[in-house]
Design a protein around this ligand. Structure first.
Ligand code: SF4
Length: 307
């Protein structure tokens, strides 16, 4: 068994992109430290902030909650968990329970909202009524969940919303948007997004950490996370892009991280040249006159009323 690069204990994880070998304690500490550095380098949080942590019940969001609890334990920030129940039959119940269990173990409070209570329909109902089959389930879900998180975070008086998006999510979504030509949505990929409205800013403290490292952190910390995959997960091209990127990373360790760095440079140059608009219906930042959330909600509500 090889030794940890930082102490004499046996290593449990080797980073192919750096050659670093780490024991369990140093691996866990490295994840907390990487998160702290990301928060600091993008000035994601301020002392005294109320932080809404969006927790779905998956490994990323539950690990983020654990790490942020550690990082804020000696500061004045307050954490409130927000959880969205999209209404996916036989899937979301387990996730909501896991998130509530961790919230109560940490002595935090939680705001649970559902698509049904906010928009009048569940995701299952919305997808049954979907007329334009070119819109993938995950696109509909992602657009609505973003709006639901904003509403829940505003309700609890949050200054900032932290989500568990990791490096793999970023690179996959960047490729998906490139292939669909959706330049307007690229803006929402940034590690830090300030809407310049009354909405809390959005931050992604795990954005520079590989998905497999977060999964291993959850395992080492004994964090129970959702085991059942979402029934809609394999629609769309994300799975193909994930497999393609994983193969590239195996053959060229560090390539995802390099892609992330290049994408950030492209994003920052296009942001400065693009004028930001507001949705005429809700006032949220938008790349068109009516934002994708309002268009999607309206389309589904219209379809509901004629059925
Ligand atoms: Fe929503 Fe897609 Fe995630 Fe399922 S896999 S919860 S549909 S984003």
């Amino acid at each position: 068994m090889e030794k940890c690069s930082k102490c004499k204990k046996n290593s449990v994880f080797q980073r192919a992109y750096s050659g670093e070998k780490l024991c369990s304690d140093h691996f866990k500490a490295s994840i907390v430290e990487k998160t702290r550095k990301t928060i600091s380098s993008y000035s994601m949080m301020k002392h005294g902030d109320t932080i809404a942590v969006a927790v779905s019940g998956g490994k990323d969001s539950l690990s983020l909650l654990g790490v942020l609890s550690k990082l804020t334990s000696r500061h004045r920030e307050k954490i409130i968990v927000v959880t969205v129940d999209e209404g996916i039959n036989e899937y979301r119940d387990e996730a909501v329970k896991l998130s509530s269990d961790m919230v109560s173990n940490l002595g935090l409070s939680q705001e649970i909202v559902s698509f049904e209570s906010l928009f009048g329909f569940t995701l299952d109902e919305a997808l049954d009524l979907r007329k334009d089959t070119k819109i993938s389930s995950c696109s509909v879900c992602g657009i609505l969940r973003r709006r639901a998180i904003d509403l829940a975070a505003k309700k609890v008086g949050a200054d900032v919303v932290a989500t568990g998006h990791n490096l793999d999510d970023f690179v996959q979504t960047y490729f998906i948007n490139l292939t669909s030509g959706d330049m307007g949505r690229l803006e929402f990929l940034s590690p830090f997004f300030e809407s310049q409205t009354d909405l809390p800013r959005r931050v992604k403290p795990f954005i520079e950490i590989y998905e497999e490292e977060i999964a291993f952190y959850a395992y080492l910390e004994d964090i129970p996370f959702q085991s059942i995959p979402c029934p809609y997960m394999n629609e769309g091209i994300r799975t193909e892009i994930r497999n393609f990127l994983n193969k590239l990373e195996r053959n060229h360790p560090g390539i995802k991280y390099n892609t992330y760095g290049t994408a950030l440079k492209i994003l920052s140059s296009t942001h400065s040249s693009r004028k930001r608009r507001r949705c005429e219906s809700c006032g949220h930042p938008s790349s068109s006159n009516i934002c994708s959330s309002c268009r999607t909600i309206q389309m589904i509500q219209n379809n509901l009323s004629v059925n």
